[in-house]
Design a binder for this molecule. Structure first.
Ligand code: SAH
Length: 372
């Protein structure tokens, strides 16, 4: 490499967005492509990748592992559900767990993952740990996909201030040939294919240096059989769980019930409101009032393509307004939440005021007016 050329670039190389963000974005894109349900991040440090991944709606189980409990615990509270998560529980379930332990040890809590990420981890491993790493990750955990990123030492001369390694805790930094031969051998040994890529492009004219961060994406070639999973399952847990958050989800009957009740009352209020404004147009003339035929046309925007039957029409009788449950059920949001009409009835039983045969939500206009 021409020394002057190299010095010129050393001054100007600055990645935008920063390299760590590009690495995390790479993982996020991979998640969006393969839609794994269970993701484990090994060497998760301050949990910043986990914090990003918890917004990927396909993920239901998210786990982090690090040998340093302090670094994990510093910001782990940011993985807890927020008030908004309780106000609007998500349709998916999500559990986030953090474990304290080493990637050199097997623990049954790391079984069953679809994607395992090791972002800037391997270069922190001592030789004996690095030796055990493939057996733990590829042999034991054996997820469908493994992503490993590590510095590319060929890029170091282009980085300002890098003497030996990029970080004082790095035990080694590999060039492209070293990483690729380790990765190819690991993939061959455990039945994976591997593709190489990276983030942090080299400057024009220096393409040979390769990406600043080199990445291997390993895909398992064959499905795991139940037999291998059983035989390899160790009996002992060695990791210590330091954090666990179960997010509120509509899959949990308790949250589903609350959501359905709110939506039923809200929908019934809208229907009632529209009905009453029509009703008032007819004034107090009893003859005109008796002819009052509210039309479901006024709800057609909300009902979409659903068929409106005659017995679904809301009506006023004396001081009571009746909104048939069948009408409420035909509103898309209620319909999606409950799935079946029977489920709707079950979830609101005893929680919403209904008429005597339980077929309609009932409002007393006089009482409501007094309360207002
Ligand atoms: N993955 C993080 C950065 C990782 S830095 C990110 O994307 O930003 C490397 C991390 O690996 C450190 O937090 C370190 O504590 C952890 N680590 C080092 N040796 C380990 C081991 N044997 N098992 C698990 N974690 C380890």
């Amino acid at each position: 490499m021409d020394k002057n050329f190299q010095e010129e670039f050393t001054q100007i190389i600055k990645f935008k967005p920063p390299l760590y963000k590009q690495r995390h974005q790479f993982v996020k894109d991979l998640v969006e492509k393969y839609k794994p349900k269970k993701v484990a991040d090994l060497g998760c440090a301050d949990c910043s990748l986990l914090r990003m991944l918890k917004f990927c709606s396909c993920i239901e189980v998210l786990a982090g592992l690090d040998i340093c409990a302090n670094v994990m615990q510093e910001k782990m509270h940011t993985l807890s559900p927020l008030p908004v998560d309780y106000l609007q529980p998500s349709e998916r379930s999500l559990t986030v767990t953090l474990h304290h332990g080493s990637v050199a040890h097997k623990d049954p809590c790391m079984l069953g993952f679809d994607l395992v990420t090791c972002i800037e981890l391997i270069e922190h491993l001592e030789e004996p740990e690095l030796k055990k790493f493939p057996e733990v990750v590829f042999g034991f955990m054996a997820p469908s996909i493994v992503v490993i990123s590590t510095p590319n030492s060929e890029f170091n001369p282009l980085l300002p201030g890098v003497m030996l390694y990029r970080h004082p805790d790095h035990k080694f930094e590999w060039n492209q040939a070293q990483f690729q031969s380790w990765a190819l051998e690991t993939a061959r040994c455990y039945g994976y294919s591997v593709e190489f890529t990276g983030v942090g492009h080299p400057p024009t004219g220096m393409e040979k240096a390769g990406f600043c961060t080199q990445i291997g994406v390993f895909i398992r070639k064959y499905p795991r059989t139940g037999e291998t999973e059983q035989s390899e399952k160790p009996t002992e847990a060695v990791y210590k769980t330091v954090f666990k958050a179960v997010y509120p989800s509509l899959k949990d009957e308790k949250y589903l019930q609350n959501a359905v009740i709110s939506e039923v009352i809200f929908t019934a209020q809208i229907i009632k409101h529209r009905l009453m404004s029509k009703h008032h147009e007819y004034g107090d003339d009893p003859e005109r009032k008796s002819k009052f035929q509210p039309s479901m046309d006024c709800f057609s925007d909300c009902l979409g393509k659903l068929v409106v039957e005659k017995n679904m029409e809301p009506f006023v009788s004396g001081n009571e307004v009746y909104i048939p449950l069948a009408t409420i059920f035909s509103f898309p949001k209620v319909n999606r939440l409950c799935g079946t009409f029977e489920k709707l009835c079950k979830l609101i039983a005893g929680k919403v005021t209904l008429n005597s045969d339980g077929s309609a939500v009932m409002f007393n206009i006089e009482r409501e007016n007094e309360e207002n």
